[in-house]
Design a binder for this molecule. Structure first.
Ligand code: MG
Length: 172
């Protein structure tokens, strides 16, 4: 159960304190695409996101998009941004996370995982001992599997709350 508890929980990617992460030795980010960076229905990055990526890279962070979505979706989104990506990542399996770290040439303790789902992004990151940051999904319009995951997540959240495992308050 502990494997699906994120190290941090924020309202959006824009709330993440990268200066603080940098002080802790973090050098690169494995970032989910759908409902983490933008809505799953939005084909391109927003100006705000472009700025965020510039800022991150300006600080010296490496960034890689790691998505379970298909090549068309992920490449169309990532190529104009010139951000490297892995599509059909099969998260929570470890292989894509490992490949991303290898390509960014960073160690697990230098890596942060950012995503909106407990059972793919957080579980996958925690399995390898990476620092995990859960964000509130950008959009609520999504496919059936994701919807199922959301229901399961609500149950897990409730369980964690009861057990006093949440260091942060879940916002409604
Ligand atoms: Mg997602």
């Amino acid at each position: 159960m502990k494997r699906i508890i994120p190290d941090e929980f924020v309202q959006s990617i824009y709330e993440i304190d990268f200066n603080q992460l940098q002080r802790r030795g973090v050098k690169g980010a494995i970032v989910d695409l759908d409902n983490t960076l933008v809505e799953s229905t939005r084909p391109d990055a927003t100006p705000e996101l472009v700025q965020w990526l510039d800022q991150l890279q300006g600080l010296g962070f490496k960034v890689m998009i790691v998505s379970n979505n298909n090549r068309t979706r992920v490449s169309k989104f990532a190529l104009p941004l010139q951000v490297p990506y892995i599509h059909r990542a099969k998260k929570p399996l470890s292989s894509a996370f490992r490949r991303a770290m290898r390509k960014m040439e960073i160690q697990p303790e230098q890596t942060v995982v950012i995503g909106d789902q407990l059972f793919t992004d957080v579980l996958g990151g925690n399995t390898l001992g990476l620092h995990t940051i859960l964000v509130v999904p950008v959009s609520r319009s999504e496919g059936m599997f994701t919807k199922f995951n959301r229901v399961a997540e609500r149950l897990v959240f409730r369980w964690m709350k009861q057990k006093g495992l949440l260091g942060w308050e879940e916002k409604k």
